[in-house]
Design a protein around this ligand. Structure first.
Ligand SMILES: O=C(O)CCC(=O)C(=O)O
Length: 257
């Protein structure tokens, strides 16, 4: 199976709507390898992951990991050489109509039974001002996803509305942020394993809680335009919560935590 090439219709749809589903993008063997390589991020989560929905009533040692947040490069040294990674950079650059470079990835997993939504946000709400309209994210679920186990929901054309005011999610000790959106423009994106979504860095999006019997696992890949030097100033709502892990130099994204 070869990776799909972006069509003019896809490029135009992304420019207009700020998000895109690409069906049958990544082969089963590649997904199996990703899942296998990243399994230890779950089994060793106390050492290798944050709880992105850390409940403020729980002390650090008893975090319930309602959203496991970790970094694939911690356990997969040559991940950058994988064909899927090269493909998503090429595809993302075509959608943004400008050269893009890989920035960082995250492993985001929601356990069965006790997870929570990843609340509405724009990726730029977490990033510095240098990323203004200069980012794109490719989200790869590792199983079929729908609204019952945490698929993507987008605000259609929301990338054209500017940066929204974000705030911390009530009750969280983590850096989880949220913003108010016009849900009448919401598009729910259930997709099969092998399909992926792309969204612009200003597109408001969320994923629902996982109410299924299995884990909901995903790898999200953040790219920025070539030439962006550092994040620049953060918005005033940004919080830095390092959950006591020493990840500096081992996971690129952790540099800014
Ligand atoms: O997987 C999730 O729960 C959220 C992912 C997300 O917000 C992103 O990839 O930008």
């Amino acid at each position: 199976m070869s990776f799909p090439k972006p069509t003019k219709e896809q490029i135009d749809a992304f420019a207009e709507r700020g998000w895109l589903v690409v069906e049958n993008a990544i082969a089963k063997a590649d997904l199996d390898l990703i899942e296998n390589k990243l399994e230890s991020l779950l089994t060793d989560k106390e050492r290798l992951a944050f709880d992105w929905a850390w409940d403020e009533s729980e002390d650090r040692e008893n975090r319930s990991f309602r959203i496991v947040q970790s970094w694939p490069s911690l356990v997969w040294k040559d991940i950058a050489d994988q064909a899927y990674r090269k493909w998503l950079v090429e595809f993302g650059a075509a959608l943004m109509q400008t050269p893009m470079t890989f920035w960082y990835d995250q492993f985001l997993a929601k356990p069965p039974g006790k997870s929570v939504p990843t609340e509405w946000h724009q990726d730029e709400g977490y990033w510095g001002r240098n990323l203004d309209n200069k980012g794109i994210t490719c989200w790869i679920p590792l199983q079929d996803v729908d609204a019952n186990n945490g698929c993507m929901h987008f605000i259609d054309r929301g990338h054209l509305d500017g940066i929204l005011q974000h705030r911390r999610v009530e009750g969280m000790a983590s850096d989880l942020l949220t913003c108010d959106v016009d849900e009448s423009r919401m598009v729910v994106c259930p997709i099969a394993r092998g399909s992926v979504t792309f969204h612009h860095s200003k597109t408001p999006h969320m994923t629902t809680a996982n109410t299924s019997r299995g884990w909901r696992k995903a790898v999200t890949n953040h790219l920025h335009a070539v030439g962006v030097e550092g994040e620049g100033d953060h918005y005033p709502w940004k919080v830095h919560v390092n959950q006591g892990l020493d990840l500096k130099g081992r996971a690129p994204a952790a540099e800014s935590l």
